[in-house]
Ligand binder design. Structure first.
Ligand SMILES: Nc1nc2c(c(=O)[nH]1)N[C@H]1C(S)=C(S)[C@@H](COP(=O)(O)O)O[C@H]1N2
Ligand SMILES: [Mo]
Length: 339
């Protein structure tokens, strides 16, 4: 039974009172190859490339009562349980089943519904995250070090550049916390992130057309913003491989491809990093990639989106609905311009 959810179009002027729950404890395209940022085959419209998600949308579902197979590390983490059924705009959480079964993770496959299967044996322990570059105290963090930081719940909208979206209750901690520990130098202007490179485990890395490993970047002030988190879990459980276990970035006001998964390296740098998508399709993807309904992707509009689990489309919000929190960061930037 599919329950039809009337698509509620949230006006941009809706007052935003972001709820933050502290719970304590705690290449160039080869000519014939068509790529899409997290989109699979570029010859398809985003609607079509993600249309198969319908099969997963069985209407509202309770978060699964039994924990998934992912085991927390020996010393934790202690995850806060899900504390709300909606985000701060009143938007329903996307069901757990959909969040773990409809994924973009090109290191495994471009087929969203096969990622979970292909990633099921991905080894997420032991895991280290090396933080260095222009810092006074470079440090390699063991994943258990990160689990020992207080884990907070953050309910965020995730807007993929392919024009679909979800609402996900993440668990994690502000990236700023980690960065402060390594003491960035004044020359550090950007943060560069890297995903694990391991073609034996990640079959997608054997395919050409992409500049592996997956790289993403943020400007220093974006990285230090309180909304920017490193996530270790979702729905009160440790991340599963398909969602970027054991630790991934989440930047809710930017298109989903900025939220890089399974991070092993974080470098503070002076120059703007070149992300995988900038290198792969520079004419389509810029560095900032802020969600903006008025700036179309070269091949489709970004004015509307489909919330997975709903019929119909809804209006896309500037900065994915987080304008009040982040618009100041871009005071000098022409938002109409495509970066
Ligand atoms: N390393 C890596 N990170 C990635 C991707 C990827 O292919 N590889 N896909 C991105 C895209 S396009 C999106 S929309 C989100 C999807 O996150 P989810 O599968 O947890 O919902 O992850 C992003 N992070
Ligand atoms: Mo995406």
């Amino acid at each position: 039974m599919i329950k039809i959810n009337p698509s509620e179009i949230t006006p941009e002027h809706v007052y935003l009172s972001r709820r933050k729950f502290m719970v304590g404890i705690g290449a160039l395209l080869t000519s014939s190859l068509v790529l899409s940022a997290c989109g699979g085959d570029l010859s398809q419209s985003p609607e079509r490339s993600e249309g198969s998600g319908e099969g997963l949308s069985k209407g509202p579902q309770e978060p699964s009562p039994t924990p998934p197979t992912a085991e927390p590390g020996p010393d934790g983490p202690v995850f806060p349980t899900v504390s709300a059924t909606t985000d701060e705009l009143g938007e329903k959480l996307t069901s757990y089943e959909v969040v773990i079964q409809y994924n973009n993770y090109y290191e495994f496959t471009t087929n969203k519904e096969r990622v979970a299967f292909l990633a099921q044996d991905f080894k997420t322990s032991p895991w280290k995250v090396e933080v260095g570059g222009l810092v006074h105290k470079p440090k390699t963090f063991d994943i258990d070090d990160l689990y020992k930081l207080p884990q907070e719940e953050r309910i965020y909208r995730l807007r993929c550049v392919e024009a679909w979206s979800m609402v996900i209750p993440w668990v994690g901690f502000p990236l700023a916390k980690l960065l402060k520990e390594v003491e960035p130098m004044a020359e550090a202007k950007y943060v560069r992130f890297e995903t694990l490179y391991d073609p034996d485990q990640m079959p997608g890395q054997k395919s050409g057309g992409y500049n592996w490993p997956y790289v993403e970047g943020l400007r220093m002030d974006e990285a230090m913003h309180d909304l920017t988190i490193l996530a270790t879990g979702l729905y009160g459980k440790s991340l599963l491989p398909q969602n970027g276990a054991p630790v991934r970035l989440v930047v809710p006001w930017k298109y989903g491809f900025k939220s890089i998964k399974s991070v092993v390296k974080i470098d503070l740098v002076e120059e703007m990093p070149v992300s995988l998508w900038m290198a792969t399709a520079p004419h389509e993807y810029g560095f900032y990639a802020n969600v903006n309904p008025e700036v179309p992707h070269p091949r489709w509009s970004q004015a509307t989106e489909r919330r997975i689990g709903e019929f119909g489309r809804r209006e896309t919000l500037l900065f994915n609905g987080y304008a009040e929190e982040v618009a100041d960061l871009y005071a000098g930037l022409d938002l109409k311009k495509w970066y």
